[in-house]
Each structure stands twice: as structure tokens, then as C-alpha cells.
Design a protein around this ligand. Structure first.
Ligand code: HPA
Length: 270
């Protein structure tokens, strides 16, 4: 994707709803958090020039600006996934737009399957690191030199100080926050039990279909980023029952309260 396409889309957002300090992306089942902002206004994805529109159930497709935790924030209600057939340039476009809009920190949330047998559905997990199991990378193609280097370092792809700050807030609130490794599968089919066993052997604590491309692009352009997974279900084969998207949405809904408190406190502390 060319810089001017990203710049045009960013300019449109700025013109319609202004700027913000912090960006938050709401994952599956977490979209209603946008109601927590005051003084809010939004622009539908479909109106932003060149911006992809999400089709996944539970992903609204609105770019909000509003006040939350004493800060001006952007909230993206609904993300675009690679499995929707969009390019990774499109999937990660909003990250680069946020960089151009001078956002200084990004919080990514998602729903994920739990691979760690000691944990439970409904647990929240800070993404400490990730495994890109997809075989593709959002930075393939001509490098956008204005954004970052050809070979960006990924030894701290998830911002350490943001992670520490979020853990501190969790502790203060009495919200249990796990820490672990997220492994990205392209989806849209859920993993097989054999893939989940493999993920565990390779060091994953959670599996999911998003977030990693965004983390890579955010690191590339130097935008400090924090990822939080809502572990909505035990990954395939861990329990004697099939997975369903409904189960994922219901579980995400149950942890809304903890999740909201944690994100709001983190934004406040940033
Ligand atoms: N696998 C992949 N993605 C997911 C899962 C899962 O088990 N649950 C929620 N998103």
C-alpha cells in the first residue's frame, strides 16, 4: 500500500473526528466498550477512503473518538481479519494511520482459544510475545521507509513498559491477568486438536486469528503496543466438545466488566 493512500485515510479521520492520544481496538464480543466513552463521535469504516470494511459477526465497523480514562482515545469497533480475504496491508492499515495521526500508544484486544491447561475460559491474558504461524508477514513487499526499517527488530514486539503498567493496574483492581504467548493461525477454521498440541509444544498459551499482523506493523513504525486476549474457550481438543463462535461471543460478554475496568485503568495510567 502506498503512503499517500494511508495519509489520505488518516487525513479523513482527523477532519471528521479529530485526533487522539491512544488507540484501542475492540476484538470479538468486546465492541460495546465503545459506549464507555463520553463526548464521542464516529466515522463508519465504509466512509474512510481506501479503508477495508469488516464482515466478521460482532465487528461493527466504526472508528470512534471520545474521552475515556482522562484521555482522548480512538476506539476501533471491529477489525478486519486476513481470513476475510483482505490483504495484510489492508488488515494493518489502521495501525499506520494511527501512527500518522500521532497516537502515542495502541491497545489491541482479541478473543482467543486457551492452550495453557492450567488456565480457564474467561481468563484475560497479556500478550507477552507471539508466534507468527501463518507463514506470511504484513511487511512483505516494498518497504515503507517513512514508516520503519526493512528488517525491524522483534525482540520486544509487545511494549514492556505498557505491559508492566497494565499488570500493575490488574493487580490494583484485583483482576486476574495472565501473561503468555499468542500464536497466530490464519483461520477461519478453528485449529485441530493436533494443531493445538503442536502450539502447546512450541510454547504458545493462546491461539487466535488476529492481532499478530498489527503487532508487527506497530513495531515496524515504532508505535508502542499492548495486546490483551480474552481467552473465551479452551482450544480445540482440550475438552470433549466442539467450538462455536457463539460460545466465543458469550464468554467475551461475561468478562466485559473486568475487561472494561482493566482497559480504562490502563488508559488512565498511560
Ligand atoms: N481459536 C482461534 N481463534 C479463536 C479461538 C480459538 O479457539 N477462540 C476465539 N478466537
Amino acid at each position: 500500500m502506498e503512503m499517500k493512500t494511508i495519509q489520505r485515510a488518516a487525513d479523513y479521520v482527523r477532519e471528521k473526528i479529530g485526533t487522539a492520544d491512544i488507540g484501542i481496538v475492540l476484538g470479538s464480543g468486546l465492541g460495546s466498550y465503545a459506549e464507555n466513552m463520553t463526548n464521542r463521535s464516529c466515522v463508519p469504516y465504509a466512509e474512510i477512503p481506501g479503508f477495508p470494511v469488516s464482515t466478521a459477526p460482532g465487528h461493527e465497523g466504526k472508528w470512534w473518538a471520545g474521552d475515556l480514562g482522562g484521555k482522548r482515545v480512538y476506539m476501533l469497533q471491529g477489525r478486519i481479519h486476513f481470513y476475510e480475504g483482505r490483504s495484510l496491508d489492508e488488515v494493518t492499515m489502521y495501525v499506520r494511520m494511527m501512527k500518522l495521526l500521532n497516537v502515542r500508544a495502541l491497545i489491541l484486544t482479541n478473543a482467543a482459544g486457551c492452550v495453557n491447561a492450567a488456565w480457564q475460559p474467561g481468563d484475560l491474558m497479556l500478550i507477552r510475545d507471539f508466534i507468527n504461524y501463518s507463514g506470511i508477514n504484513p511487511l512483505i513487499g516494498p518497504n515503507l521507509d517513512e514508516m520503519g526499517p526493512r528488517f525491524p527488530d522483534m525482540s520486544a514486539a509487545c511494549d514492556k513498559s505498557m505491559g508492566t503498567l497494565c499488570l500493575e493496574q490488574a493487580k490494583r483492581l484485583g483482576v486476574q491477568l495472565r501473561e503468555g504467548v499468542y500464536m497466530w493461525f490464519s483461520g477461519p477454521s478453528y485449529e485441530t486438536p493436533a494443531e493445538v498440541r503442536m502450539a502447546r509444544i512450541l510454547g504458545a498459551d493462546a491461539v487466535g486469528m488476529s492481532t499478530v499482523p498489527e503487532l508487527i506493523v506497530a513495531r515496524h513504525c515504532g508505535l508502542p503496543t499492548l495486546g490483551i486476549s480474552c481467552l473465551t474457550n479452551m482450544a480445540a481438543g482440550m475438552l470433549d466438545q466442539p467450538l462455536s463462535h457463539l460460545e466465543v461471543l458469550e464468554a467475551a460478554n461475561k468478562v466485559q466488566k473486568d475487561f472494561r475496568e482493566l482497559i480504562t485503568a490502563t488508559v488512565d495510567a498511560l
